[in-house]
Design a protein around this ligand. Sequence first.
Ligand SMILES: *Cc1c(COP(=O)(O)O)cnc(C)c1O
Ligand SMILES: [Zn+2]
Length: 418
Amino acid sequence: MRTQNRYFFECVNCGSTFEEKEISYLCPKCETQNAQGEPLLGVLKVIYPYEKWQKIKNLSRILRENMFLKFLPLKNIANSSFLRVGFSPFYEVSLTTKSFTNKKVFLKDDSQNPTFSFKDRASTVVSHYAREKNFNTIVVASTGNAGASIAGICASQKQKAIVVVPASAPKAKLTQILMYGATLVPIAGNYDKAFDLSIELSKEFGWYNRNTAFNSLTIEGKKTVSLELFSDFRKFGFQESENLRIFVPVGDGAIISGVYKGFEDLLKSNLIEEMPKIIAVQASGSANIVNNLETENPVFPAAKTVADSISVDIPRNFFMTKNFLKTYNGEGILVDDENILYASKILSQQTGIFTEPAAATAVAGFIEFHRKNPHSQGRDVILLTGSGLKDLNAVQPLLELPDAVEATVSAVKNFLKL
Ligand SMILES: *Cc1c(COP(=O)(O)O)cnc(C)c1O
Ligand SMILES: [Zn+2]
């Protein structure tokens, strides 16, 4: 009997539901229709007993306790990673750009995770789930961050990580993966190739697969950011229903789906009254979700952008993302590489937070939104998903590293033209 269980799984495409023991990754009915080079059909969503939850009086307190355990498909958290994952800072700052002055905005800084990206939220839940199911090896396809993340979390949990990445991934991310002691498999091919290969590898060797979207627990891990924002907003004295926009950088569409899923869980449990407005920000050179929101027959041209973490030809979580954006009135915004680098500079220089280009993309989306809508009211929240130290090459065009100056006052005087 389904009602006796704490949760079950529901297919995003056909709506079939499954008990946990009936499935491992995708909906078996839809999985067979998956073709190489297309978004995944059959991604599953974890559904909880919301009606039962609605009747719990102190649900919001229970939610905060035990690191959101009640809202996750895990048995316990006793042997969770000792690293501090999530519970990231939430700041109110003001930004000045070419189109506005001192505009207030809230930042959720997930570059402060153990491996310096948002991906640690998903890796932690997946690593934990793998332990509960007696898997000791986890494989992942990654553009870099998911790999660095599972490598770090597995190191903390004494699990083995195997990371398949395009050989062209930024050096800092490859370095992290190796330093954490994971097995690195650089491939001659892009992320999309790595994705398909890693699934074949998990079938061949029985490794647990952490691929984004393919493993629905990644969405459950990512949703914890919304459970935190729920508290963050209240600490600053406002709520979801008060004309709120959240800017999220989008590649495969797993982070934004996680953000939606967290708020949806809160909404269905009657803990919040309204879904906030969520804005999907993509690089114009990698816009296969935003550009296909209104089309019946989506097309997926090759991606090219300075923001490598969101450079994705085939957005694997396309169907779930589109579904969320349509159901809850979300919006899409595109920004070009020049604006991404500009946003990165503005954020660094005006807040002291240096993010990687993918995260700066969300800042660029915020700037673009207010350039287009100069009179819009409401509060803005930007999700900062990764650290700037992960990709130093990307920002070099913004910088001029001066030649060495002779160590005398007069030489410095000359150098500074004083
Ligand atoms: C993975 C990642 C994203 C995009 O997340 P998707 O789930 O692919 O949409 C954005 N920013 C950073 C830093 C990332 O690592
Ligand atoms: Zn299905």
